[in-house]
Design a protein around this ligand. Structure first.
Ligand code: DGY
Length: 437
């Protein structure tokens, strides 16, 4: 097992660009929001100061309206498309223009609750920024106060091409004047493991709309080409608010407690909107057509992480969880293998993702479903042991897919095995300089 800890450390060091970590070289050569959150969590068992630096670099890019963008372009890099010039006409801001699942408060709470005075001090420097970030979600992504957060682009969910967005994406009219563009991702990764060209045309259509309206949140929400309720973002934000509440109490930010409590109340009620009675599961909801998606995805199982659901709903979700795990060799697939859209190799339409497994397992532990939690954690460790630090894994064969030497896969490996990290590993992380691959 120690061999993989060393390999995980090597991957993270290789991806270190001096204060922030790229998800992987070439395919993702910038800083991504939730990637950095999970990477900080993994690093925190090795070097606290570097872990906090990861979060600080991310939050330094926060917009004045509170949004923490999904990509920070610290430097020019021709390997990635769409770069800064695609997001904004004048590309003044070196960031993308929407967000990603808000895992930061939960990561910070983990780092503080098992940390020292140093971690408390660092958390205090970020607390108000996280408050502003969460406030932004409620203002910009639920302007009509319906109780659920919407996303304006599938990329905002982090689960770009999962079937949750098929209804919304299929309804998008691709404009005749959509500029010709060249994908870079398929130069590094097999096309069959990435979103289709048709999906990319639709992603780029939303991007063009956003750029043309200068990312006006009201316009994007009311008239934009795409609007959906994502179980991932809503469950993650609810968990993040619960963790922020603990953090506020622990650090003494009493003036923020009522506001956070209110956010929790709103989302606890709002998340019920995602209960799809036709299939007895939490699913996404397309706001432009008022239609539920019929797919159970790994984001559906984040209901446990958020602590959402009546006993009856929980019991349905546990049944789905058992059924799905019994239908594949490794869990948790990003899509129910019985669903017609299941593809074991294509990005978020089947493959397993370590970060999702980590959050699902935490949620299952919270409700004392220890067998299921252990099965998912064990699969996450074994997949890496057998197939390395791949971006995602085939739930049928276990084979590694997508980008290689992937930071968050390595980070979750370290997090799951943190009790086995010894002084030599820490020494190895701290002393050897990173070599850019
Ligand atoms: C990509 O480029 O594949 C990303 O998922 C967008 O964030």
């Amino acid at each position: 097992m120690m061999t993989m800890i060393k390999e995980a450390i090597d991957v993270i060091k290789k991806n270190d660009r001096g204060g922030f970590t790229v998800p992987t070289n070439r395919l993702y050569p910038h800083q991504w929001n939730w990637d950095s959150g999970f990477t900080a969590l993994g690093i925190s068992s090795l070097d606290k100061s570097r872990a906090w630096q990861e979060l600080v670099m991310l939050i330094n890019a926060q917009w004045t309206n509170g949004m923490v963008p999904h990509i920070i372009f610290h430097e020019k890099n021709p390997n990635y498309f769409p770069g800064p010039d695609q997001w904004q006409k004048n590309a003044e801001s070196q960031t993308s223009c929407h967000s990603q699942p808000p895992v930061l408060a939960s990561i910070i709470w983990q780092m503080v609750s098992r940390g020292t005075e140093y971690d408390k001090m660092k958390a205090c420097t970020l607390f108000n920024s996280i408050m502003a970030y969460h406030r932004w979600f409620f203002l910009a992504r639920d302007p009509d106060k319906e109780g659920c957060i919407s996303i304006i682009h599938p990329w905002e969910s982090g689960r770009d091409n999962c079937p949750d967005w098929d209804i919304g994406l299929n309804n998008i009219k691709i404009p005749k004047n959509l500029e010709q563009y060249f994908r870079k991702d398929t130069s590094y990764v097999d096309k069959l493991e990435r979103p289709t060209d048709d999906h990319y045309d639709r992603f780029m259509t939303i991007l063009k709309y956003g750029r043309d309206c200068n990312w006006d949140n009201v316009k994007m929400h009311n008239e934009g080409p795409f609007l959906a309720i994502d179980p991932g973002v809503n469950f993650i934000l609810l968990r993040a608010n619960k963790d922020l509440y603990k953090l506020a109490n622990y650090l003494g930010y009493t003036e923020s407690i009522n506001e956070i409590r209110n956010w929790i109340k709103i989302l606890e009620q709002g998340c019920q909107k995602m209960w799809n009675k036709d299939i007895n599961a939490f699913t996404s909801f397309d706001k432009r057509t008022n239609t539920y998606c019929d797919a159970i995805t790994n984001a559906s199982f984040l209901c446990f992480y958020a602590g959402v659901g009546s006993n009856k709903q929980k019991s349905y979700m546990i049944d789905h969880c058992n059924r799905i795990l019994n239908n594949c060799n490794y869990g948790m697939p990003s899509l129910d293998p019985m669903h017609k859209c299941f593809e074991s190799k294509r990005y978020w339409r089947g493959p397993i993702w370590s970060i999702m497994n980590y959050m699902i397992a935490v949620g299952l532990e919270d409700i004392n479903e220890l067998c299921l939690a252990n099965k998912i954690k064990n699969d996450t460790i074994q997949l890496v042991k057998k197939n390395g630090m791949a971006e995602y894994f085939d739930p049928v064969t276990g084979i590694g897919l997508g980008g290689r030497d992937f930071s968050w896969t390595a980070a979750i490996h370290l997090e799951l095995l943190k009790d086995e990290i010894d002084i030599n590993s820490k020494h190895n992380f701290l002393n050897n300089k990173n070599v850019i691959n």
